[in-house]
Design a protein around this ligand. Sequence first.
Ligand code: SAM
Length: 218
Amino acid sequence: MAYKFIDNYREQGARKQLVELLKRRGIEDKNVLEAIGKVPRHYFFDETFWNQAYKDIAFPIGDGQTISQPYTVAYQTELLHIKPDDKVLEIGTGSGYQTCILMELGADVYTIERQQNLYDRTVQVLPYLGYKPNFFLGDGSKGIPQYGPYDKILVTAGAPFVPEVMLKQLRIGGVMVIPVGSEKEQKMVTILRVGEQEYERIELDTFRFVPLVGDQAW
Ligand code: SAM
């Protein structure tokens, strides 16, 4: 695939329109909208498909995976209430677009991807674009215990259940956002860790994610 990094008026204009669309769809957090307005989503597409980059749709990124729909990225990010310097674990780096949004909000991101090709690409492209998260290759369904606890945990693939081992990596007061359900559709779930053994779980809207595949997953 031929990736190019030029941000023209056309793409900038399309990005502004996308932000307006997300506002109309109910995204309210100004910082999240500002981050979406800053990160050139077309950089994560082959130039042939730049005309698709600012539509509110998921799009194939190879290896059977997708870059999430902008609304989904905004929705999950809003639920996390990212504060500058939050230590965030992201499961499913994919294209790296969501990672950049988290970093625009000031997060220190630990991101893990199980597909070698996607990992190889983000390890090169994100630092080139000025984003330097901590990259990992492997099965993120078990989290990354050696770097925990995390202030926030974001899972960007559909899980059959909430992995217990991941919950343990959440700081007390921390929040996890994870889509949970069948392989066909999932409910967005937020979990607040309120104590050593206590968690508050809220189920929200229905989404369709690619499956979380691994030891503590499908
Ligand atoms: N957030 C990404 C973006 O902005 O492009 C989209 C992520 S895509 C919907 C889900 C990703 O999760 C895929 O790249 C997939 O390979 C990855 N994935 C699935 N199971 C995983 C696992 N156990 N550990 C790490 N990554 C996983």
